[in-house]
Design a protein around this ligand. Structure first.
Ligand code: Q46
Ligand code: ZN
Length: 314
């Protein structure tokens, strides 16, 4: 198997590109795909300070390495979720990654800042672990971006993640969610710009990128992910992809380029007010995160955790 670009010995075969690549050319291809996504969706402007949300997994660490290599001004932020050994291992991995590369990392923790963790939220609310987790990540990472005066937050959502979310949204015709599913969400009062520069890369490609570029990432799966419906959608889409390579990319990118704008009118137009506690723009007195924090701290609301219905996305 020969590398398409240099004709050297290939280390990975990518049927969707009808090509194989050696390590160096894979890195070149991955950087090119990220640059293309950034340009196409106008994600980052020159001089922007980028806050990269890092979890310790392959995608977010690959993203930080790629953006730093492409010359963007980056800092990382890690949010401890309090999921026992999984979260402490993730923090160690991220700390090591940043110090080995002399990159600036900010560490924050759900327990230290708000007094609860994801297992407690799952046990005390009717939300799935992934629902509480996604809500907490969105809220706290946005607050960190505003606090640190970053122009935008970059997350490691890849092509597989986004295709699975799109599949779920289409399956239920969630037009409000479809209106918001796009690789760049512009800044608005109280919210930093959010971008997903890995939308042109699959999980397999980011994993291979990590291996050939020496990124030591956390391989352990989150112990609370069981039942996450997006994992099931990923499995389904991978079966389609096996028979028809390139299908996932066409499904997602045709949506972004040709269909997404048709849902623009379905975005919520509810009037926003400031959350009475934290100031985040919201449609009710308390924002969803502050309501979650209240439910978790209410001693009489101990109920069994629900499984599934998770969003699982920053
Ligand atoms: S960390 Fe959180 Fe994920 Fe674990 S609880 Fe679900 S969302 S699976 S990316
Ligand atoms: Zn609030």
């Amino acid at each position: 198997m020969k590398c398409r670009r240099c004709k050297g010995r290939a280390v990975i075969d990518l049927p969707r590109h009808n090509a194989a690549f050696c390590g160096d050319c894979l890195i070149h291809m991955v950087h090119g795909q990220v640059e293309k996504a950034i340009r196409h969706f106008k994600m980052i402007e020159s001089g922007d300070k980028v806050l990269v949300a890092v979890s310790g997994g392959k995608d977010s660490l690959a993203l930080w390495q790629i953006l730093a290599a492409l010359g963007y001004e980056t800092e990382g932020v890690f949010l401890g979720l309090g999921i026992a050994d999984y979260s402490s291992e993730a923090e160690q991995v991220v700390q090591r990654f940043a110090s080995d590369r002399n990159l600036t990392l900010h560490v924050t923790s759900l327990t230290d800042s708000f007094g609860f963790d994801i297992p407690t939220a799952a046990a005390k609310t009717r939300r799935s672990p992934c629902g509480s987790c996604g809500l907490s990540k969105r809220h706290i990472l946005n607050s960190e971006a505003l606090r640190l005066d970053a122009d935008l937050i970059a997350t490691g959502h890849n092509l597989d993640d986004e295709a699975a979310v799109l599949f779920g949204n289409v399956l239920r015709w969630e037009s409000g969610y479809l209106a918001r599913q796009y690789p760049v969400l512009p800044a608005s009062p109280g919210f930093a710009r959010k971008v997903k520069p890995l939308v042109r890369l699959t999980e397999r490609e980011t994993a291979a990128y990590c291996i050939v570029s020496g990124i030591d990432y956390q391989e352990t799966e989150c112990p609370m992910s069981a039942g996450n419906r997006h994992l099931r959608f990923k499995t389904l889409l991978n079966e389609v992809e096996r028979d028809a390579p390139g299908s996932k990319s066409v499904f997602l990118h045709q949506y972004f380029d040709h269909i997404h704008e048709r849902f623009a009118g379905d975005a919520s137009k509810d009037e926003l007010m400031d959350c009475h506690r934290c100031g985040t723009p919201t449609t009710s007195e308390l924002c969803a995160f502050c309501r979650l924090a209240d439910r978790v701290s209410d001693p009489v609301r101990l109920v069994a955790p629900t499984v599934d219905a998770g969003v699982g996305h920053v």
